[in-house]
Design a protein around this ligand. Structure first.
Ligand code: FRU
Length: 530
């Protein structure tokens, strides 16, 4: 809940003795009006240089959380996002806007949706109504319709139960500007405090729009012939399904064709409850018939085992391609990470695919994520690629005085033995990525990676199970100035993590105490996308 988040973040700030003395009495009102955390560890010019990503999206200034309204229209990928333009912490939400032709190079656009009398603008989605089912189209111009939650901060503060409702806005200029629909809200809350994050898609067999909506501990499905009138179809979830340490948020329902059969994947973000603590993305594979979603298995599977990929959903209107991007942070500490001018960014967009695991005793499906192809465009031609076997009986070292980020490191190891990749600098800060063959786990250890005083849970080692059972393993790593993304075994095990080193890392050391052999290695410095 936003109030709780705000309170936790503010309490955290106030309680760190080196920051400011703790006041005796708190007033909720006072806390609410405080929008900027005072303490700064490093100046904003410096943090911009050190931490502003080179190959990821971040807002120019201010706060961002969830990606919203992601849609592909006429060769352009739109990214709207939860945005507070007035401070670099969460506050009254707007939809920021950016566009890209390749999901890597982004152009900042004007804010698309502003808070209005019905509330601030929470997460949601966008569709292109090509058949003009809504009647909002003009001539040949198909309307682009944004569907989002309106959150009344006053209603929440007053302790009411009707402050989250679903609204729509219409764009007739391909997503540049929007007009608010006069009949808003289109779905009124049934007096539930958590009733949000509509993700909508067109379901051909019944010729209806389908909305997935997060409602506390479950997901509700609604249908509509015209985006204005909605009918509840069913719900799924509750205590017997998945993880429930916190609210279910930001759902998505997507389908994959596998060996001539359609399977559906219900993505459900949850905060807290993730394997690496705090915010995370679980999913369930099953069937959907336009009314009901029937999971094959009610246990949670995780899209990403790192700490910093949340609220991810997919782009609409991309045909059979399913491309997901998440908010690269965690509600545990997102508001106190050591950047000032802006806070948070977007993960590298990922292609999702559904695979059946090699374990034939179980009918198990897994969703794999791999970085979108276009990252390759940023690779510098003078990166090094080796086909020769590298024996790790002696560490293999790559050094770059000017810093190793942004870069991409891809390697294949012949036998899945334990090994580590240590990124370090002259300050002795180090970020360790590796594989442990005894536990069959990948890991990212950021305990000594750099600044971590801002939150007790930040300095941690996180792990991801290895699902593949091939003899060798492969890793594809995208390193940016303050983030690392690991896609192992063609994206079956994925981890996304932030780090804040005081100086750029300059050395990569690949080492192992067992007889590990790297049979392929590619290291590519990346060009900045900005
Ligand atoms: C997820 C979330 C959504 C909500 C938005 C508010 O991070 O809590 O449920 O719509 O953030 O900014």
């Amino acid at each position: 809940m936003p109030i709780r988040r705000f309170l936790i973040a503010t309490l955290l700030l106030l309680s760190s003795s080196h920051l400011i003395a703790q006041p005796k009495k708190f007033s909720l009102k006072g806390l609410f009006h405080r929008t900027h955390p005072k303490p700064t560890i490093i100046s904003s010019v410096k943090t911009d240089k050190l931490y502003r990503p080179s190959v990821h999206f971040t807002p120019k200034a201010g706060w961002m959380n969830d990606p919203n309204g992601m849609i592909y229209v006429k060769g352009i990928y739109h990214l709207y996002y939860q945005h507070n333009p007035n401070a670099s912490v969460w506050g009254p939400m707007h939809w920021g806007h950016a566009t890209s032709k390749d999901l890597i190079h982004w152009k900042h656009k004007k804010i698309a949706l502003y808070p209005n009398a019905l509330g601030t603008i929470f997460s949601g989605s966008a569709v292109i109504d090509s058949n003009n089912t809504s009647g909002f189209g003009r001539g040949r111009r198909a309307p682009l319709v944004a569907i989002y939650t309106q959150h009344s901060m006053e209603g929440e503060k007053a302790g009411r139960d009707d402050f989250q409702n679903q609204s729509i806005s219409i764009s007739l200029n391909a997503g540049k500007t929007f007009k608010t629909y006069r009949g808003n809200p289109v779905i009124k809350t049934p007096h539930l405090r958590d009733f949000r994050d509509p993700k909508v898609f067109w379901y051909e067999p019944t010729s209806k729009w389908i909305m997935t909506l997060a409602v506390g501990d479950h997901i509700e499905f609604y249908s509509s012939p015209n985006l204005r009138d909605w009918k509840k179809e069913s719900d799924i979830g509750g205590p017997s399904m998945g993880v429930h340490d916190g609210n279910w948020e930001c759902p998505d329902l997507i389908s994959f064709d596998l060996a001539g059969k359609k399977h559906w994947v219900l993505i459900v973000n949850v905060n807290p409850g993730a394997p690496a603590k705090g915010s995370g993305t679980q999913y369930f594979v099953g069937d959907f018939d336009g009314h009901y979603f029937t999971p094959y298995d009610r246990a949670a599977k995780w899209l990403d085992y790192g700490a910093d990929n949340y609220a991810g959903v997919t782009w609409n209107n991309t045909g059979d391609k399913k491309i997901l991007a998440g908010w690269m942070s965690n509600w545990l500490y997102a508001q106190v990470v050591p950047t000032q001018k802006w806070r948070s960014g977007l993960t590298i967009p990922r292609n999702l695919s559904l695979t059946k695991t090699a374990d034939t005793t179980k009918d198990e499906f897994l969703v794999a994520s791999t970085p979108i192809e276009r990252v390759e465009k940023l690779e510098k031609w003078w990166g090094s690629e080796r086909e020769k076997k590298i024996k790790l009986s002696k560490p293999f070292i790559i050094k770059r005085k000017q810093g190793i980020a942004p870069s991409r490191l891809q390697l294949h190891v012949d036998t899945a033995n334990s090994f580590e990749i240590v990124l370090s600098n002259a300050n002795k800060e180090q970020l360790v990525i590796g594989y442990d063959h005894l536990s069959k786990q990948y890991f990212i250890d950021r305990t000594k990676a750099g600044v971590s005083v801002f939150h007790p849970d930040f300095a941690a080692k996180h792990t991801a199970p290895r699902f593949a059972n091939t003899k060798g393993l492969d890793m594809d790593i995208i390193l940016d100035k303050a983030s690392i993304e690991l896609f192992a075994d063609a994206g079956l095990s994925v981890m996304t993590e932030l780090y804040f080193s005081k100086k750029p890392y300059t050395t990569i050391e690949i080492r192992s105490t067992t007889r590990t052999v790297v049979s392929k290695l590619a290291f590519h410095p990346l060009k900045s996308a900005w």
